[in-house]
Design a protein around this ligand. Structure first.
Ligand code: MN
Ligand code: MN
Length: 303
């Protein structure tokens, strides 16, 4: 919660939201049969810089039963064919973050799954106002997704966004968890419904490529020191292996391993549906301003 928002800070939030939305739209347009996942991610990241933003986290593309946190390494050979593809883009301006995501169905068979999370997001946004409880927002998300015959993913949620903080309070549930916390002026949060054809519970699956620096410790190895210095320039926001291997070569992986062993890093493994259900995601960032007005920062047309 930003108490009594500075005008300048609100402008930064709005700018981050606009750039995040533009980069998402651009990245979405690149998701096509035979395109490479790595290429789409790198072009979308470049777009963010071109537009004057910085990455709040690495661009992520999660396919089929993966809900989140898939980020390709420099040698990733994944090519799009008929997947259900979720693209997630986060941008910051001086630490003020806009976070948004969209799902594209390349199979032509899962349009309803895409609609379920998108409509859940729209309905949640319509519900939001000062005084409404977070449980009520979750109930709307759950109801919309279940109406389509799918399961909301219960152990993923929307989240507050702080300055240089990608995940903070409040947590916005994707089901009716009866949270009585009320929406207040000055809140900035991402709402992100996920719809699943399977369990609606996700679990760690595969090797993490997304990390954040959790505990800084002294390191001796020269390459590890260089890599650590680079990581510190990310201002405690998440980063990916590929950024480091692009800069330092594959030896960056040894440095990362060393830091992991020292307990310096938090790792974000890809999250997959427990029953391998297909998953769609939709996400916007909203601000409740000092007048109680709801501003959809990643879709400023929706204000
Ligand atoms: Mn996101
Ligand atoms: Mn998010």
């Amino acid at each position: 919660i930003f108490s009594s928002m500075d005008k300048e800070d609100i402008e930064k939030l709005k700018k981050a939201g606009r750039i995040a939305a533009q980069a998402l739209e651009y990245g979405k347009s690149l998701i096509k049969k035979d395109a490479s996942l790595l290429d789409v991610v790198e072009k979308t990241e470049e777009k963010v810089f071109e537009l004057g933003g910085k990455l709040a986290f690495p661009v992520q593309i999660s396919c089929n039963h993966i809900a989140a946190h898939y980020c390709p390494d420099e040698d990733d050979k994944t090519v799009f064919s008929d997947q259900v593809v979720s693209l997630d883009v986060g941008v910051h301006i001086d630490g003020f973050i806009g976070d948004n995501a969209v799902t594209v169905d390349l199979s032509g068979k899962h349009e309803d799954l895409v609609k379920a999370s998108r409509e859940a997001l729209e309905n949640a946004i319509k519900t939001i106002k000062v005084g409404v409880t977070l449980g009520e927002v979750g109930k709307v998300i759950q109801g919309t997704i279940q109406k389509y015959g799918f399961a909301p993913v219960r152990n993923l949620s929307g989240h507050g966004l702080g300055k240089y903080e990608q995940h903070t309070k409040p947590s916005i549930p994707n089901f009716d968890n009866r949270d009585n916390t009320k929406i207040e002026k000055g809140m900035v949060f991402a709402i992100e419904p996920f719809a699943s054809t399977g369990a609606g519970i996700v679990q760690d699956s595969g090797t993490p490529t997304v990390f954040s620096l959790e505990n800084k410790k002294p390191v001796r190895n020269a390459i590890t020191r260089q890599v650590l210095k680079e990581i510190e320039s990310y201002d405690n926001l998440p980063f990916t292996t590929r950024w480091l291997t692009n800069k330092f070569g594959v030896k960056a992986k040894f440095a990362l391993r060393e830091m992991e062993q020292l307990g310096m890093l938090h790792s974000y493994a890809p999250l997959a549906d427990k029953d391998k259900g297909l998953i769609s995601q939709a996400e916007h960032t909203v601000l409740i301003d000092d007048d109680g007005k709801v501003i959809v920062l990643t879709n400023q047309k929706m204000e």
